[in-house]
Design a protein. Structure first.
Length: 250
């Protein structure tokens, strides 16, 4: 890496991290009015998918017509937006540090992350509406069920975004488990490391219960990837061993 590329790469890393920090700080104090740039399209998409109408109420968010469901600031998905942005931008920066990249990849990553956030929010809220209409699950309370559903949807979309951005095909799956550790690390950084650094652990049992869900559910979700990777490696190993055994017997 030459000096000019190195300076540009460092500057781009600083800008990406500064944007992430600014977004996190903005979201920590933003009201429902200040988050309408993400709440409004989310509610519109949820209306289209579910058929439930929503109306904005100042200071609260988007309330359903039956007044049983509120799309509040906590439903904006800005933390997911932050995670998706870091996933795309940091992966791009780490892919080839020696190569000079145009600055345009930063707004491009932000735009893609925003669009994926709207889709993920729509999926999460539409599922939550269906869960609210059902009797729920007996072994978890409504708060825990809402948390589990959110982690499944957001981490699932994060993995999907990563796979698409990497261009993984059926011919290039041998390193899928290793690659999946990167979105897992980014997810843990934004959902666990950042809150701990901001002192969220002072909330006591509520935070640690949430952290346990955040820690374990993504691991469960990548188990199929690990199983597929193990099966594939065993299959390829047997394919390479069998011809040699045949040669010895002949």
């Amino acid at each position: 890496m030459n000096m000019s590329c190195s300076r540009k790469w460092i500057a781009q890393c600083v800008v990406v991290l500064a944007c992430a920090f600014a977004l996190k700080q903005y979201y920590s104090t933003a009201s429902a009015e200040e988050l309408r740039w993400v709440l409004a399209p989310t509610s519109a998409c949820v209306e289209f998918v579910s058929g439930v109408s929503f109306e904005f109420e100042s200071g609260a968010g988007y309330m359903s017509s039956d007044r049983r469901f509120l799309i509040a600031s906590s439903c904006a998905g800005v933390n997911f937006l932050l995670t998706a942005f870091l996933l795309l931008s940091i992966r791009r920066l780490l892919r080839d540090p020696s190569k000079s990249m145009r600055w345009g990849f930063i707004p491009a990553a932000a735009s893609i992350a925003y669009l994926v956030t709207i889709v993920a929010n729509t999926a999460r809220i539409a599922i939550a509406l269906q869960v609210n209409r059902s009797e729920g699950v007996s072994w978890v309370n409504p708060s825990q069920l809402h948390r589990i559903e959110g982690i499944f949807v957001y981490f699932g979309f994060l993995m999907l975004l990563f796979v698409i951005s990497e261009g993984v095909t059926s011919r290039n799956t041998s390193g899928l488990l290793k690659k999946s550790l990167f979105p897992l690390a980014v997810y843990y950084a934004t959902t666990l490391a950042m809150p701990i650094a901001n002192g969220a652990y002072r909330q006591g049992g509520v935070f640690w219960e949430h952290s346990l869900f955040v820690l374990l559910i993504p691991l469960v979700m990548i188990l199929p990837v690990a199983a597929f990777n193990l099966f594939q490696s065993r299959f390829l190993y047997s394919e390479t061993i069998q011809p040699r055994a045949w040669l010895r017997s002949s």
